[in-house]
Design a protein around this ligand. Structure first.
Ligand code: A3P
Length: 290
């Protein structure tokens, strides 16, 4: 990884291109997250919310395209491939994603009225999810000694787009200062109460649900379409690969809160918990681990 301005990046040239060339439009919706924090779910939900009147339920592109194919990452899928990528043809609102830190977002994002939606997840589940993801891409079983080694690195701040706590705190502070600009979601809260978080998300995006839609069950319909079980079972996500040859299935696993307990010892969890308490003290931020 590359250490750039105090953050660790798995690649860098796409990030520079993004920073140099991306011009935000006022209607843009920028999804931000650390890898394995619930990005795929957020992409599916925002796409489905914004396009709910454009497609009948049986024709929704989410049924045939992986969410990452519909909502591209600015730093790798867009500018990482082509610094002069033309995003002008994207239908409005453009829904685009990134894993970069709040401080690394381009000034045009800050200066425009575009909105940023951040999702985060407790560090233990996010870490274990990432280990599974890498093992799946490498076609290797999960290796306990690698888990331990990477866990220790993460605690020292060395993880993709990390330090974890600085990434989360950057968006958290932005949300506290400008709640109309930055929405801050937690994966665990969304799992616990999907309906109300979904409505908050839709309202923030500028696509609130009307009473009539609520009555007709549109909210539940979209939540079902975007559910882990549903997406995971679609042919496109079961057997297809993305354009860099990674299986789409790698983005869908269990989605459990507390799965870390199957892989990490109580003392590892305790150490991480302490560290987070230290880093998040006086910020009002905390995570549910179970
Ligand atoms: P687990 O590995 O814990 O199962 P990301 O999308 O940021 O890459 O995060 C992947 C994690 O989100 C994985 O967690 C995956 O199973 C979970 N996930 C993917 N799609 C989801 C969905 N539609 N609903 C809830 N969780 C989802």
């Amino acid at each position: 990884m590359f250490l750039y301005k105090e953050y660790w990046y798995p690649y860098i040239h796409g990030i520079f291109s993004f920073q140099q060339h991306f011009k935000a439009q006022n209607s843009d919706l920028i999804l931000a997250s650390l890898p394995k924090a619930g990005t795929t779910w957020l992409k599916a939900l925002t796409f489905a919310i914004a396009n709910r009147n454009n497609y009948s339920p049986s024709e929704n592109p989410l049924l045939t395209t992986n969410p990452h194919g519909l909502v591209p990452f600015l730093d790798n899928a867009v500018y990482g491939k082509n610094p002069f990528f033309k995003l002008d043809d994207f239908p409005s609102p453009r829904i685009l994603a990134t894993h970069v830190t709040y401080s690394a977002l381009t000034s045009s994002i800050g200066d425009s009225t575009c909105r940023v939606i951040y999702v985060c997840r407790n560090p233990l589940d996010q870490f274990i999810s990432f280990c599974h993801y890498v093992a799946k891409l490498l076609n290797n079983p999960l290796n306990p000694s690698l888990i331990e080694e990477n866990f220790n690195l993460m605690r020292r701040g060395v993880s993709p787009y990390g330090p974890f706590w600085d990434h989360v705190l950057g968006y958290w502070k932005a949300n506290q200062e400008r709640p109309d600009k930055v929405l801050f979601l937690k994966y665990e809260d969304m799992k616990e109460d999907p309906v109300s978080h979904f409505k908050v998300l839709a309202k923030f995006m500028g696509f609130p649900f009307f009473v009539e839609e609520d009555r007709q069950g549109v909210v539940e319909e979209i939540l079902k379409l975007c559910s882990l079980d549903n997406l995971k079972d679609l042919e496109v996500n079961k057997i297809h690969k993305n354009d860099v040859g990674h299986p789409n299935s790698a983005y869908f696993r269990k989605g459990d809160v507390g799965d870390w307990a199957n892989y990490l010892t109580p003392s590892m969890a305790e150490r991480m918990n302490k560290l987070m308490e230290e880093k998040f003290s006086d910020t009002g931020l905390n995570f549910k681990f179970y």
